[in-house]
Design a protein around this ligand. Structure first.
Ligand code: C5P
Length: 220
């Protein structure tokens, strides 16, 4: 039978990615970071010197976008064609370009189908799928749907702690700008009906993982 889906949405810096990965490991589930696909496409577009703010240019490079991702929370990798881009897709130049490619509707439709195929074909009891529109668009019928939030200043502080070589004020401004750009495409700041909110503002990492796992326990 198809794997159980635990859908988790939230903004950047909510702890979404690391929390989802840890929750997946504890459940013995796979982990799918959907933002990685948009980041990989942005990387691919930059490699082709395409203008990531131009939908036509993005669609053109999407034509030969060959994407592969590991669902193993303990061994994560992302490939485009033959290239391992696991680290490269986290570079600021990619982060700055990603909202542009994520805005292109036909790209979203195609990657959503890819996410559904990846999950359906996984030989796993379940997959934790993390992103911006997983609870609402990609897997609206998932048995567990969670919105992971945190106060904006807490998210900015967490993100700048990750990016130790960068100025905190610049990180906060970039985060705010990306949230604003992404919000025009999907609403990931308010919970859709039936979606359970986990607010990590006053929780540390382990407490947030526990909060997510207790939602899973109470729902399934
Ligand atoms: O989660 P992460 O910060 O890696 O996501 C990178 C970008 O991918 C987001 O800023 C957003 O533009 C896009 N994204 C999206 N829908 C998703 C996941 C990510 O539009 N489900």
């Amino acid at each position: 039978s198809a794997p159980v889906v635990v859908a988790i949405d939230g903004p950047a810096g909510s702890g979404k990615s690391s929390v989802s990965k840890a929750a997946a490991a504890r459940l013995g589930y796979g982990f799918l970071d959907t933002g990685a696909a948009y980041r990989a496409l942005a990387w691919h577009a930059l490699a082709h010197e395409a203008d990531t703010s131009d939908a036509t240019a993005v669609l053109e490079v999407f034509g030969d976008f060959e994407y592969a991702i590991s669902l193993d929370p303990a061994d994560r990798w992302v490939r485009v064609g033959g290239t391992d881009v696991t680290a490269a897709i986290r570079e600021p130049r990619v982060t700055d370009a990603v909202s542009g490619v994520a805005r292109v509707a036909p790209v979203r439709h195609a990657v959503n189908e890819l996410f559904r195929r990846l999950v359906a074909s996984a030989v796993l009891p379940g997959v934790v799928v993390e992103g911006r529109d997983i609870t609402t668009v990609v897997f609206p019928d998932a048995p567990v749907r969670i919105l992971l939030t945190a106060a904006p200043e807490v998210r900015a502080a967490r993100r700048s702690a990750e990016l130790t070589d960068q100025d905190a004020a610049k990180v906060a401004a970039a985060l705010h700008q990306r949230d604003a750009a992404d919000s025009t495409v999907v609403d990931f700041l308010t919970a859709a009906p039936g979606v359970q909110v986990v607010d990590s503002t006053h929780l540390d990492f382990e407490q947030t993982v526990d909060a997510v796992l207790s939602v899973v326990d109470n729902t399934m």
